[in-house]
Design a protein around this ligand. Structure first.
Ligand SMILES: [Mg+2]
Length: 203
């Protein structure tokens, strides 16, 4: 039996930090792991910037709540969930993802979480576990499930490679070039076709 594990940002919703940067005008919040490869350094810098600009979790959630899932994502998620179990496996934080997950009909989400103080300032971040995406796939496989994994970037590669079927969705060109063995699709229709075929073959 298959479980579908999908990344969130870049697959179902826009990149959260880039949009927080755009909407708050804090240019430096655009930095990603491609600019600062050490995730801990990057996250600490982001939290420092929020603090400097006196932005609380509530403020950031307000920005995020104005974001919409990518065109076609809601329908695609509905379709997947009518055909198989879907788990969204993300490197974002529960508190950030919430307004978007609500719009997606709240599929199961496995991700990290934030620590806030009494005033709502974000004081720290907590990873759910190290190599979380890969471990989700391994755990499902240990429960005798097979996994179809979908992702768009570097942080998904371990998950895609561990899964029985790993699919890159709308990835940047450098990710395509460096991972020629992985299947690439650029539309929900193409993704639906592949998943439907895999589910059919199993029956
Ligand atoms: Mg992504």
């Amino acid at each position: 039996m298959y479980v579908i594990c999908s990344d969130l940002e870049g697959v179902f919703v826009p990149e959260i930090w880039i949009n927080v940067s755009k909407q708050t005008g804090i240019e430096e919040l655009k930095l990603t792991t491609r600019d600062i490869s050490d995730y801990d350094v990057l996250m600490k810098r982001r939290l420092e910037l929020l603090h400097q600009h006196k932005l609380t979790l509530h403020d950031v959630q307000g920005v995020i709540s104005r974001l919409k899932p990518l065109p076609g994502a809601i329908e695609f998620v509905d379709w997947v969930r009518s055909s198989a179990q879907l788990i969204v496996v993300s490197d974002t934080f529960r508190e950030f993802a919430d307004p978007l997950m609500k719009q997606l009909g709240r599929p199961t989400l496995l991700c990290h979480h934030l620590t806030t103080d009494a005033q709502g300032n974000i004081t720290n971040y907590n990873l759910r576990q190290k190599d979380g995406k890969r471990k989700v796939v391994e755990s499902l496989q240990s429960l005798n499930y097979k996994v179809i994994a979908i992702g768009d970037s570097y942080n998904d590669l371990m998950m895609l490679r561990k899964a029985e079927h790993g699919i890159l969705f709308n990835p940047p060109q450098n990710v395509i070039d460096e991972n020629k063995d992985l299947r690439v699709v650029n539309s929900y229709d193409a993704l639906r076709e592949i998943i439907a075929k895999l589910l059919d073959e199993e029956q």
